[in-house]
Design a protein. Structure first.
Ligand code: ZN
Length: 272
């Protein structure tokens, strides 16, 4: 999404903003957006970060079902339209932010100032950057007894891993999603680190995963759904070993794993 937005929005000035949702912290500061120049489109984890003239920053997060589009939603989806931004310059000249399940955010803050966005303030390293290493992930995991899947979803050990990609990476790495993070052995951490990189790189290349609502900015579908091997496949044969995949709840999220490839957690001696 960032790759689609950057060439479109960079250098555009915001003419006006319509907030179609009730005002609140998820849409804070939008009254400061009109008249600002969008200086670029960056990203940290699942947050889009757009620096604005005047030392401000537009922060957007899609939540579970948010969509940023360069065209109006169709009639069925139009009740979920939350923000409309009119831009200077040529077509497409309007940005639409829709959010059916209301977990998304679209707000203006002082640049780099995130007291109302604790997840963003505490994000772990970028998964495709040089700072995400097996040693760093091991050090982070050693500090947490959370189930490793829930810990990944917290965004603290590494940024950007959501429910779909957590299931995929843990399956690839052969790690049971309920394993306490601190119990992971060195080999498991290394495998998980590599798997997270592989899954996210492939998903970005495929423009994400469309299961129902997600669309690219231009309205296309993210094609990584075709490559999913674990997520949503409970009751099907594991693509690697043929065992029936199982569904459970970890960290309040539906989770699929293979009981053979991802055996139940067993405490290992770190560094042994
Ligand atoms: Zn398996």
């Amino acid at each position: 999404m960032r790759r689609e937005l950057a060439p479109w929005l960079t250098g555009r000035e915001v003419r006006s903003v319509d907030l179609l949702a009730p005002a609140g912290p998820k849409y804070a500061g939008l009254e400061r957006l009109a008249g600002r120049l969008i200086e670029g489109v960056g990203r940290r984890g699942k947050f889009l970060l757009m620096p604005l003239s005047g030392g401000l920053e537009l922060v957007a997060h899609l939540g579970m079902t948010g969509v940023i589009a360069d065209h109006a939603p169709d009639a069925r989806a139009s009740t979920h339209l939350r923000v409309r931004v009119e831009l200077s310059g040529g077509d497409p000249g309007t940005l639409f932010f829709s959010d059916p399940r209301r977990f998304g955010r679209f707000l203006v803050v002082d640049a780099g100032h995130y007291p109302t966005l604790p997840t963003l303030a505490a994000l772990g390293p970028e998964p495709l950057g040089d700072d995400f290493t097996p040693a760093g992930l091991a050090a982070a995991c050693a500090r947490s007894t959370m189930p490793v899947k829930a810990y990944l979803l917290s965004q603290r050990p590494v940024a950007g891993v959501g429910n779909i990609y957590a299931d995929e990476a843990l399956w690839r790495a052969g790690v049971h999603p309920r394993t306490p993070a601190a119990w992971l052995g060195e080999d498991q951490v290394a495998a998980l680190c590599a798997a997270i990189r592989e899954v996210l790189a492939a998903a970005v290349a495929a423009q994400g995963t469309t299961l129902s609502d997600y669309r690219t900015v231009r309205g296309g579908t993210g094609e990584y759904a075709r490559q999913l091997q674990a997520y949503g496949r409970a009751g099907e044969a594991c693509p690697r070993c043929g065992t029936e995949m199982e569904r459970s709840i970890v960290g309040q999220r539906g989770t699929t794993h293979c009981p053979t490839c991802q055996p139940a957690p067993r405490k290992t001696r770190r560094g042994a």
